[in-house]
Design a protein around this ligand. Structure first.
Ligand code: F6R
Length: 615
């Protein structure tokens, strides 16, 4: 959940590591640190601070004064999202070993650190932090007998849990050792230098040639060489991946926040998701990565969808799509249920794991469990080469481009688009006629335009957001496909504006929550002109009768809603199976402008991180 950058090469390590950490701040931003090495046997310079990378830069300015005119050519940096110990200087990474010979940065969680710590204390080590990471530094020191890689491997063999780590040593000022077990590590390769990071966004400005470490791999990196092996020192080879994300795609592109940029990218991100996958002539879709032929799809008895958060709500839309169009019973579970319970996994079923980052620990655990039970597992991921994408080995990439804002936006709409394409493919293998398939495919081709037309409503949505920005509680309601859209709208609002918001099935209000409605509690009703609308209009009337202001998200030119609401946000007409896309884009803009009016740190909401790699 944190960010790691490491550099070895001819250039100044400080600038490269700091700019990389800025790019990774979305992964964790409660403290930051750097360790640098200049020459053999000189001390490691370790600078750490609570707060953001900017605070680290300030501390570094003073710390570097004695080194004016000298260059550090090796270093590791870290931006942290606390798991063990509060975000203070002591708990910030890098963590030096007792003798100061080694420094470690780490993402993940060491489950047996308590036990290891006790053993190390019994052998005379003392601890400066409450972190699990510090045990790794001391274990490396203890295992070191002149072989740097061997010492790190021997230390890692004692760990249980997850890690992505990078280690430097003042005794080996030309080498970084990095390793992964459950937490991503990518290696950027360039002439005369190597840049290692937990996410390629810290690498792409320097090189687009990247190797992803696999679980259990350890790499010995110098400026000229990258040797990857297993912990037992059996050589491992991985193909080089060419990153085609451009850095301008990663930076804010003139928008005030990544979230706003990503909301506005949706016409393009959706076009990329659909590109080459709609086959109107066959009334179907082409999703080669699923590696399922027609008999496989026809023989499925059930689809189990596993996901978390926003991806879970996309999964709920997916359930409806699979059932309505492919006639396959589908269940959707919060992925953590696969850890906490023992959900039934039927033979002839398949799992669809939905995850933007492809690194979410709970979703990964569900994937591993389903694989153990022997069913095919398809991934719907955005990040190419991510752990879930690799673990599933089959599925469909979103191709939505990097999503940096902590609140997921463009990933949701692309997930719905991919799930709809899957449902069409399954449906055509089962019960959809070519004409039905063709009409769905034609509708899908309009999705980017639907997104564009919602974005044209931004001024009107901003005005409404300002009107309601002072509220303390919101309800979001919808039924059918609009139920997950309501839940996603409430999630967007609460996470970035800190306003309490609940997503509810419109029919459920009268079973309890109606007691909370009053003048100060606005209700957002997802009520486009699709089946179920009339009933939701009735529910809106119930809200108005309790004096709640009602904001309808309704189809343009649909005058039937106006008598039932206080305000209205208009979206273009579209079929029910796609309506979650324009509705949620309108909700994203509404949440964004409310959060902005309230002065919230939109891209980095408190207590949240982009990639949730802990249970
Ligand atoms: C909300 C949000 C989270 C993620 C969830 C799953 O805006 O971003 O709820 O959707 O943490 O993340 P992924 O999709 O990366 O598995």
């Amino acid at each position: 959940m944190c960010g790691i950058v490491a550099y070895v090469g001819a250039r100044d390590a400080v600038g490269i590591i700091i700019s990389g950490l800025h790019r990774l701040e979305y992964r964790g931003y409660d403290s930051a640190g750097i360790a640098l090495c200049q020459e053999a046997n000189g001390p490691l310079l370790v600078v750490k601070t609570p707060g953001k990378v900017l605070d680290l830069e300030k501390s570094l300015r003073d710390a570097l004064l004695p080194y004016a005119g000298k260059k550090f050519t090796l270093g590791i940096g870290h931006t942290r999202w606390a798991t063990h110990g509060e975000p203070n200087r002591e708990n910030s990474h890098p963590h030096p070993s007792r003798n100061g010979n080694f420094a470690v940065v780490h993402n993940g969680i060491i489950e047996n650190y308590g036990e290891l710590k006790k053993r190390l204390i019994a052998r005379g080590y003392s601890f400066a932090s409450q972190t699990d990471t510090e045990v790794i530094a001391h274990l490396i020191e203890e295992c070191y007998e002149g072989d740097f890689r061997g010492a790190v491997a021997a230390a890692l063999e004692q760990l249980e849990g997850t890690y992505g780590i990078a280690v430097i040593s003042r005794l080996h000022p030309d080498t970084i050792i990095a390793a992964r077990q459950g937490s991503p590590i990518a290696i950027g390769i360039r002439d005369d230098e190597t840049i290692i990071a937990s996410d390629v966004s810290a690498i792409v400005t320097h090189t687009k040639q990247v190797i992803y470490l696999g679980d259990g791999d350890i790499v010995t990196a110098t400026r000229e060489n990258v040797d990857i092996a297993s912990l037992k020192n059996v050589p491992v080879s991985h193909e080089m991946t060419h990153i085609d994300w451009d850095i301008s795609q990663i930076e804010k592109g003139g928008y005030e926040h990544f979230m706003l940029k990503e909301i506005h990218e949706q016409p393009d991100s959706l076009a990329n998701t659909l590109r080459g996958r709609l086959v109107p002539s066959e009334g179907s879709t082409r999703l080669g990565g699923m590696r399922m032929d027609l008999p496989d799809m026809a023989g499925l008895s059930r689809v189990a969808i596993a996901a978390c958060g926003t991806s879970y709500y996309a999964g709920v839309v997916g359930k409806y799509l699979f059932e309505d169009f492919a006639g396959i019973p589908a269940d959707v579970q919060q992925a953590a249920e696969y850890r906490d319970r023992n959900p039934i996994i039927l033979p002839d079923s398949c799992m669809v794991a939905v995850s933007q980052s492809g690194e979410t620990a709970d979703t990964l655990a569900a994937v591993v469990e389903a694989k153990r039970k022997g069913i095919p597992v398809l991934g719907i991921c955005n990040v190419v080469g991510s752990t879930i994408a690799r673990e599933t080995g089959r599925g469909v990439y979103l191709h939505a481009g990097p999503e940096i804002g902590v609140a997921s936006t463009k990933a949701f709409t692309s997930q719905v688009a991919v799930l709809a394409m899957m449902a069409i493919a399954f449906g055509r293998a089962r019960r959809l006629s070519v004409a039905e398939g063709r009409s769905m495919v034609d509708e899908m081709a309009r999705i980017p335009d639907l997104a564009r037309r919602v974005l044209e409503q931004e001024d009107a949505i901003r005005k409404l957001a300002h009107k309601y920005a002072g509220a303390h509680n919101f309800f979001y309601i919808g039924r059918g496909y609009m139920f997950p859209a309501a839940m996603e709208g409430a999630l967007k609002l609460k996470e970035i504006s800190y306003i309490h918001a609940e997503g509810y099935h419109a029919a459920e209000l009268k079973h309890g929550p109606l007691a909370l409605l009053e003048e100060s509690v606005p209700v957002v009703a997802a009520v486009p002109d699709v089946p179920g609308k009339i009933k939701t209009l009735g529910n809106m009337q119930e809200c108005k009768a309790r004096k709640s202001p009602v904001i309808a998200i309704a189809t343009e030119n649909d005058s039937s809603v106006t008598a039932h609401c206080t305000d209205v946000i208009r979206i273009p007409a579209c079929p029910e199976f796609l309506a979650a896309i324009p509705v949620v884009i309108a909700e994203q803009l509404f949440a964004y402008h409310i959060a902005k009016a309230r002065g919230c740190p939109i891209d980095q909401p408190r207590n949240l991180a982009k990639s949730v790699t802990v249970e």
